[in-house]
Structure formats: structure tokens, C-alpha cells
Design a protein around this ligand. Structure first.
Ligand SMILES: [Zn+2]
Length: 242
């Protein structure tokens, strides 16, 4: 039986310590998502290198008997210390859970990696990490090809809907809606978020008081379309979850 060794470089998006002291990590890499186990890792030098959001170079090997690759070495290639600040940490965590849910293991996506790495840098350094997280969540959705329908009412297909869809996270027309229309800034963001450049969206932030409704919409949409993101749901700013 042959062992397969591989060298990869990626960002830790999930980290779980087992009672045995093994650490299971998920990395987002330019070659896709990679899940591996660092055996006994919590007692060794690997523990601090495999922290959440660290960019690490790793060596893994895989035997035919195990579906989980074993992580032999990890070298720290980059870290964003400001992500330890509580508010930034929450949004970085949210984006990591989101990327984990959207992208599959082994699915090649250089673009997903670059977008996610850029999102983490933005959350680490920008003065408004919440806005970075909202913008980048929509860009990640767009890249995954999961895009809310905004041209037509999700219920009756009437054109140019402008009201929230509290069940599906899409958009409803005035006749189908039970909630008031989105304010112009929110509507403009929702109509353009996927197509527009990150820079353009970053330059036109939606006022903070309108954001809980945007989070609620995103949470609904992701729950319905992607599923399996319960931990992500808990990370959405609590004001947005009713
Ligand atoms: Zn309608």
C-alpha cells in the first residue's frame, strides 16, 4: 500500500480538538478545501500554528485505509493578529463558517481562496468589519453560483421587487409582501452586491441601522439554499436574528 504525501498551503477555517488531543483542521487552499488530522497535535508545536485564520504550509500524507489525511508538518506563513479583537473575530469566524459551507472538499477554486483571503484581510484591517463581512459574504455566494433572485418577485414573478422575503431571503413585490420595502441604500446593495466590485461596494456602505435586515435576509437565504450552516447562523449579529 502506498502513502501519498502532499504539500499544501492554506488558511485554517475550522479547528476541532478531540478528547484524544488530536486536532482536526480544515484548510481553504487554492486547490480547494482540505481536511486533515494532526495526531496528538494539541501537545506539540503544531497546536499554536494550527490556530483559526492562520495561513499555514502543511505536509500531509494519506493512506488508502484512512479517508482523513494525516498532517505531519505545519509552517506558519501568515497571521492577522488583529482578528483576535472580539468584534473582528466574530466576523472572521462567520466568513470562515460560510466558506466551509459553500465550498466542497477537493473542489478546485483559486478564486474562492483569493476572495476569502481578501475578506479576512479586510475584516482584520478595515474600520468597518461588519460591512466587509456583508459585502464579502455576497461575493462568496456569487462565486459559488448561489445568487438570490432580485429581478423578479420570488412568489409571483412580478418585475422589480423591493420588499424583504422573510421566508426565503429573496425579494417580494408590494402585492406579495408583508414587510415594508427596503430603504434605497439596502435595495441598491442587494441589487448590485454580486456583480459590483468589492471596492465599489466598500465605498458605498449601507447605514448600520439598515444592516440587521440585510443579515436576516442573508441568513434566511443561506439557510434555505445551502443548509447545514447552523454554527454560521449563531454567528450572525444577534440583533438580526428574531
Ligand atoms: Zn409578488
Amino acid at each position: 500500500m502506498k502513502h501519498r504525501t502532499a504539500n499544501r498551503s492554506g488558511i485554517v477555517i475550522r479547528r476541532r480538538v478531540l478528547p484524544s488531543g488530536d486536532i482536526i483542521v480544515t484548510l481553504l487552499t487554492p486547490q480547494g478545501k482540505l481536511k486533515a488530522i494532526a495526531r496528538g497535535g494539541v501537545r506539540g508545536p503544531l497546536a499554536s500554528r494550527l490556530n483559526l485564520f492562520h495561513h499555514v504550509g502543511v505536509q500531509t500524507y494519506q493512506t488508502p485505509q484512512n479517508d482523513l489525511a494525516t498532517l505531519k508538518q505545519a509552517v506558519l506563513e501568515g497571521a492577522l493578529p488583529s482578528l483576535a479583537e472580539p468584534e473582528r473575530h466574530a466576523f472572521a469566524h462567520l466568513l470562515a463558517e460560510f466558506a466551509d459551507a459553500l465550498f466542497q472538499e477537493g473542489e478546485f477554486s483559486q478564486q474562492a481562496f483569493e476572495l476569502f483571503a481578501g475578506a479576512l484581510r479586510g475584516v482584520a484591517h478595515q474600520p468597518d468589519p461588519e460591512w466587509v463581512a456583508l459585502v464579502m459574504s455576497h461575493k462568496l455566494l456569487g462565486l459559488a453560483g448561489i445568487v438570490p433572485q432580485t429581478a423578479r418577485c420570488a412568489r409571483c414573478s412580478a418585475p422589480d421587487p423591493a420588499h424583504p422575503d422573510p421566508l426565503g431571503g429573496q425579494m417580494l413585490c408590494a402585492a406579495c409582501a408583508s414587510l415594508p420595502a427596503y430603504p434605497p441604500e439596502s435595495l441598491d446593495f442587494l441589487l448590485g452586491a454580486v456583480r459590483r466590485t468589492v471596492r465599489a461596494s466598500m465605498d458605498a456602505p449601507v447605514p448600520p441601522e439598515q444592516r440587521p435586515a440585510l443579515w436576516r435576509t442573508l441568513e434566511r437565504f443561506v439557510t434555505v439554499q445551502v443548509g447545514g450552516v447552523h454554527s454560521w447562523r449563531q454567528l450572525v449579529p444577534s440583533a438580526a436574528v428574531v
